[in-house]
Design a protein around this ligand. Sequence first.
Ligand code: G4P
Length: 534
Amino acid sequence: MSNPVEIRPALPPEIARRRTFAIISHPDAGKTTLTEKFLLYGGAIQLAGQVRAKGEARRTRSDFMQMEKDRGISVSASAMSFDYDSHRFNLVDTPGHSDFSEDTYRTLTAVDAAIMVIDGAKGVESQTRKLFEVCRLRDLPILTFCNKMDREARDTFEIIDEIQENLAIDVTPASWPIGMGRDFLGCYDLLGDRLELMDRADRNRVAESIKLDGLADPRLADHIPAAQLAQLREEVEMARELMPAFDHKSLLEGHLTPIWFGSAINSFGVRELMNGIANYGPPPQPQRANRQVLPEEKAVTGFVFKVQANMDPKHRDRVAFVRMASGHFTRGMKLLHVRSKKQMAVTNPVLFLAADRELADEAWAGDIIGIPNHGQLRIGDALTEGEALRFTGIPSFAPELLRNCRAGDPMKAKHLDKALMQFAEEGAAKVFKPMLGAGFIVGVVGALQFEVLASRIELEYGLPVRFEGSQFTSARWVSGEKAEVEKFVAANKGHIATDNDGDIVYLTRLQWDIDRIARDWPGVKLTATKEMMV
Ligand code: G4P
């Protein structure tokens, strides 16, 4: 096996052993199945089927969740922690539907690497491409898993070519498949020189693994029929000529992705992929803030990348998911909530283990903890031991769809105010209060979010609401010199609103307006994203 490069020797062992990553895929490629196998090998669950079973139990909890189930999407994200060999894995779940891309983007700000799952028969699909682009923006290292090799898959060279061409990233085979579909026998592990044989009889059995002296080893003939063996040798020789060799540094820089072939449902190739993350995946990385925050710094820091409300309908709690950026956190610690400048005693942080939530007695840089709270913690917020840190790179995108929101019962307009503010803080929607006129304008990135919001407002607040067409179609945040912005606002009152943080927004239905302002108001800047921070 090629030696794992020592990347950040300064890291304390507890931090160095952590791997925080997400699995991204087009729906149906096998993300859930792969996640489940990860948890199984991580000892977090005992039986295959529990993730799905748990999903079912959770989904039937409410109509909203019912909708999620009907549509076959996963709206909520969570993080799961488990040990694998000497490593601690933090697997952050990404919402699967393209409508929720903003949420996904923010989720990916909390991880150090991503596993991209593709279906061997389908190759790179639309959602794979979108998610990949998001990873690219952040230069995340990516490990690729080509799944469903037990079915008729595409030619191996073709799959690799497609990834290289479509995603503009170098691909190096970490394993090479032997046959496919009904003739799929297993893989040759190119990084470890092992033969991995799939057991078709027992889906949960880990493959037999035989150490070899390279592809010329005569023992290969004991396990692989002559024709397939000849093909394997020929293909690997060609692959070695045509494709870049594995290079740890390129992987960590996000320029090269190693690809493993397997069949998640047959537990095949999963361990090799997990070993890949353990051996070659990055440990917790420095985080961007008004200064760079290094994981090995003694002082505890972290940032909120997701807020989820009403996870448990019995308790109206919200959980803020915090990515620990540095230090060693222990339960009960008092941390500074930088935005409000108030101290917070973090007495009941939770770690999400697959089976359930558990109190987190400690957490290290790289870990994800959930902090139940009553709304103080918002996306982008920093927690520190006193420093006024501002984490950056957690953007808020301009919504692409705007609608007016009205309460079915006008007497309850006040409650609507509260409900909308909560969803805005959760990052589920943008809520704008126009300067002139009553009511709210709600903005989302995907149309499905209006339906999700309407059913959540009804379910969680007992308030039927209607979303109606708005005269506006675009929103832009306004910035510039105070006096200039005030002049601009006074001249454009009918187009001005404030968002839930009180920041000024310009609403319009014409791109022409936006271009005109760029020309006529040089001192005013309109932007489509806003950094979520104070
Ligand atoms: P997702 O989370 O990416 O959406 O995919 P998921 O794991 O739910 O898998 C989608 C479908 O693909 C499931 O079938 C699953 O059983 C199947 N699948 C996953 N991995 C493999 C594999 O390695 N080989 C084969 N042949 N199939 C695989 P389903 O019929 O939609 O669900 P189910 O009835 O099997 O649960």
